[in-house]
Structure formats: C-alpha cells, structure tokens
Design a protein around this ligand. Structure first.
Ligand code: SF4
Length: 500
C-alpha cells in the first residue's frame, strides 16, 4: 500500500466526505490508496502505530478545526519515528494562514482549498518525480463535472451505522464575515441527475439518513424541489421504512412551491438547520450578512406551525456591535417563533475569515487555540462571555435535549433570555459544573429553582413528571431504591448466615 488517507473525526458516526472525495479522484492510484478514519481522543502513538501498519509512503491528513491540535501531535510523532513517510495536509483548517502554522512546519506538503484533484496529482509527483519544489500548493478548483462523486465509497457499515454526508452544491454566494464559506465566489451545483442517481444507489443499498452539507439548500428552488421530490417519492413508496433528510436553509427565501413540498413530509423525516445568527440589522450590516428579518421570522413561524420539519436555528453571541441586550432581544424573538432547537453559538475567529477586520474597532479578543472562540469584546466583557458560554451549555442540556419540553415554558415564562440566564448562573453556583450533571440531579435542581421563584411545588413536580427528564429521573431513583433494597437484603442474608 502506498498512500493512506487519514483523519480524526469528532465521532465514529461522522463519516468523512472529504476523504472519500480524495479517494474517488485518485485515478490510477486508487488501487494503491486506502482510507482510515480515527476518532478524536485516540492516543497519538496508537494512531501512528496504526498508520504505519499500512506501510504507507504518503499519508494525507484531513485537517479540521476539531482535530488540528491532535493531528499536530500525531504528525510530530509520525515524523520522528518514520521520517521517510511523506505527510501531506489538507482541509479547511489548514487552508488559510498556512505558512505560520506549526503543523505546516512538521509536514512535507500542504494543499490549500479544494484537494479533490490536486491531492492525486501531488502524490503522482512525489512518487514519480520530479519532487515538488513548493511546500504549499493551492488546490485546483475544476468544474464540478470533472470531480468524481464519492458516494459509492460509503461502505455497507457506513450506511448501516453512520451519518451519510452528501452535497448537491458547493460554496455560498453570501459574504457573512464570520463564515469560511464567505470566501467562496459563488455556489456551484453538481450535475443534478448524476447526483440523484448516486442518492438512488445509496438508498437502494439501505441508506436512510442523508445529511446535506450544502450551505444554502434553498438557493435554487427548482433544484431544491427536485431533491425534495426524490425524498417524497421514497417516502410514498415505503412509508414504513422512511428516509430522513437534513438541509441547511437561508431563512428569508421560502417560496410557496417549496412550502408545498415541505408540508408533504410526515413527522420524523425532515430537519432544517437555519442560520439567523443575529436579529440586529446594524450587526448584520457590520458583518456583511444580508437578511430580511421580517421574512425570516415569518418563514420560521410558518415552518414551526405548518410543517413537521424539525427546526434547528442558529444564533451567534459575540458578534461585533452586539451587546447583551441586543442579543437577548434576538434570542427572545427567536424563542417566540417556536423552533425546536436554538443552537446558541459563540463567535469563532475561523482562520481566513474577514471578521478580523473588526478586531481593533470592537476590541475583539479571541482564544488563540481552536476553536478560537471570542473571549471578550468592547460590549461583552470576559466574565459575561463566560456566562454566555455556560448559558449555551445548559441550554443544550435543558432546552435542546427536549427532556424538559413541558417544564421549559415555566422556566422561560415571559422573559426567556433573562430567566434562563438566571437559571444558568444559579445552576453554575450550585454545581460548579457545566457537564456531567446526572439527570435526576438536574431535575431536582430545576424543581428547586422554580420553587424558589414562588411556583407551586405540586404543579412544578407534576410538570416535571410529565417530561422525559422527570420520568427517567423517577425511574432511575426507583431502580436505585430497588438495587439498594436488594443490597440490603443481601447484607441481611449474609449477616444471618454469619450469625448461624
Ligand atoms: S453563514 Fe451561511 S449564508 Fe453566510 S456565508 Fe456562511 S454559509 Fe453563506
């Protein structure tokens, strides 16, 4: 084996689409190329050992924001024990500010931007000569019709156990300055019939969960409709064996034709991720985000009330020009629209994104280490930003988890942001933790917090009992009591034997 493609995925369930593109486009080198995905948290020495077991001449690592630090350690180790192995890096996290990165110094070559075609040609040069002179290679960006689709490379095990990422288009025409896709010149569509033929083949092999990574699925409504019809046909043909599709939408573009298709999806078959990021028009202008807030709000409200789609809407805290009050107003507005989940993100300074142009004017301070989260700006100090980070974690635990669906309205009442912030501060004071809080403890803490706010304890308990969290907590407590009872009985029995 000559070439190994490797990456560290955040979870086993995430299958790397990027590496499969590289493998699909290796041409005559494909037979000599293998792919091995690791999971974040694997010991670097173990990764290196497994990499070297392939006896590769070239190893290509996919570098992302979540794995750059661990991959740096892996590359450092690999080059110490096997300096003859040629290391090639690629991926979004190494495509910008490339030369000044330590991992770049450790590697032999780096491909920036698209690697689909360039990785194979760089490998050919490395293997056949002449040796490439430059360390950093700008990836070629061919027409999408020249890139081989990678979907046949999803194995049966991938199909059975992992999320399948697919893309009907690449790039984004918008210019939101915090986003890496703002560097794209436009969005490029893959040839639709060829793409749908691949989806058909995946479906025939048993794939049921399709996660579209297109940045703006509803940009070209004709294409969106064809893709939706593909899934509707599958649902109609086998309602007992449904497909599940996930798309990212721009919120202010939902023509009637698309709505007509959306309403046909039964519950549990459709998920939308929708970026709002901020409802403050001044902030939107500052970060070059074009958004019609009224249309966006009306569309989210429509989706929440007229469709069965699961709605996951993104907000970002820490954007330049946004203070806590403005963020709180946006948050409350979004809660009122009724999405199922609010992804409360903290601004990150992704390498290469133009957001840095505001650094001085808005005194933006970012963590120098991945994921480069904002620590403070001129309107939100470090301590407050930390409170927001905790808010986000508790929000995931309590609201996004769906475990407190009936209790959540009691918590949020008529001031969602302010009330949840109070709960968040109080939870942190009580637990000193933002993770590994046992569910029954969380249930008890929420009951205590609501009671302390003067709510009727019986009503609170009944509401919590009606939630998944309350039911699981009670079940767990019952099981603990039963186990303790059994343990007591065993101790008593032993005592009786010893006494006899
Ligand atoms: S945030 Fe969304 S709309 Fe804006 S540039 Fe990124 S992908 Fe495009």
């Amino acid at each position: 084996m000559t070439i190994l493609l490797a990456t560290l995925n955040a979870r086993y369930s995430h299958a790397s689409l990027g590496l499969r593109y590289l493998l699909a486009n290796m041409g005559d080198l494909q037979q000599a190329t293998q792919l091995h995905e690791f999971v974040l948290g694997t010991k670097p020495a173990e990764v290196v050992e497994r990499v070297l077991a392939y006896r590769p001449r070239i190893v290509g690592f996919g570098i992302y924001i979540w794995n750059v630090e661990e991959t740096e350690r892996i590359v450092a180790l690999l080059k110490r024990v096997a300096p003859e192995v040629v290391v090639v890096l690629g991926g979004p996290e190494i495509s910008h500010e490339t030369a000044e990165r330590h991992i770049t110094q450790l590697a032999d070559y780096v491909i920036t931007g698209w690697g689909d075609i360039t990785f194979a040609s760089l490998c050919r040069q490395i293997l056949d000569g002449p040796k490439p002179l430059m360390k950093i290679h700008a990836g070629a960006q061919p027409p999408l019709s020249e890139i081989k689709l990678p979907y046949a490379l999803y194995t049966d095990a991938d199909i059975a156990h992992r999320t399948l990422y697919v893309e009907a288009s690449r790039g984004c025409p918008f210019k939101c300055e915090f986003c890496l896709s703002s560097l794209d010149k436009t969005a490029w569509p893959f040839e639709l019939d060829a793409f749908l033929a691949e989806m058909e083949a995946l479906h025939a092999r048993g794939a049921r969960l399709f996660k579209f990574v297109d940045r703006t699925f509803n940009l070209n409504i004709k294409t969106s409709l064809k893709i939706m019809q593909f899934f509707l046909d599958k649902l109609a043909a086998a309602p007992e064996d449904p497909v599940y599709a996930h798309f990212e939408l721009v919120p202010d573009h939902l023509p009637d034709a698309l709505k007509d298709a959306i309403v046909q999806f039964p519950p549990g078959t459709l998920q939308f991720e929708i970026g709002i990021q901020s409802f403050n028009p001044e902030v939107q202008t500052l970060v070059s985000r074009r958004q019609d807030d009224e249309k966006a709000a009306a569309n989210i409200r429509w989706l929440a009330s007229h469709s069965h789609a699961h709605l996951h809407v993104d907000l970002i805290a820490g954007l330049p020009g946004e203070d806590l009050d403005s963020f709180a107003r946006g948050f409350d507005k979004l809660v009122a629209l009724g999405p199922h989940e609010i992804q409360f993100g903290i601004l990150k300074r992704l390498r290469g994104t133009p957001i840095i142009r505001h650094t001085d004017a808005y005194k933006m301070v970012f963590d120098p280490y991945p994921p480069y989260s904002i620590l403070a700006n001129d309107r939100i100090d470090f301590a407050t930003m930390q409170r927001l980070v905790r808010f986000s974690r508790y929000w995931d635990m309590v609201a996004n988890s769906g475990r407190f669906a009936n209790t959540l309205p009691l918590i949020l009442a008529d001031a969602p942001f302010a009330n949840f912030m109070q709960l968040s501060d109080w939870l942190y004071e009580k637990t000193d933790a933002t993770h590994r809080i046992a569910l029954e403890r969380l249930v008890a803490l929420i009951a205590e917090w609501l009671a302390a706010r003067g709510m009727d304890a019986v009503m609170v308990e009944a509401t919590l009992d009606s939630d998944y969290a309350g039911q699981m907590s009670k079940r767990h407590l019952r099981m603990k009591a039963q186990a303790a009872g059994k343990a007591d009985a065993a101790v008593q029995r032993q005592a009786r034997h010893q006494a006899a």
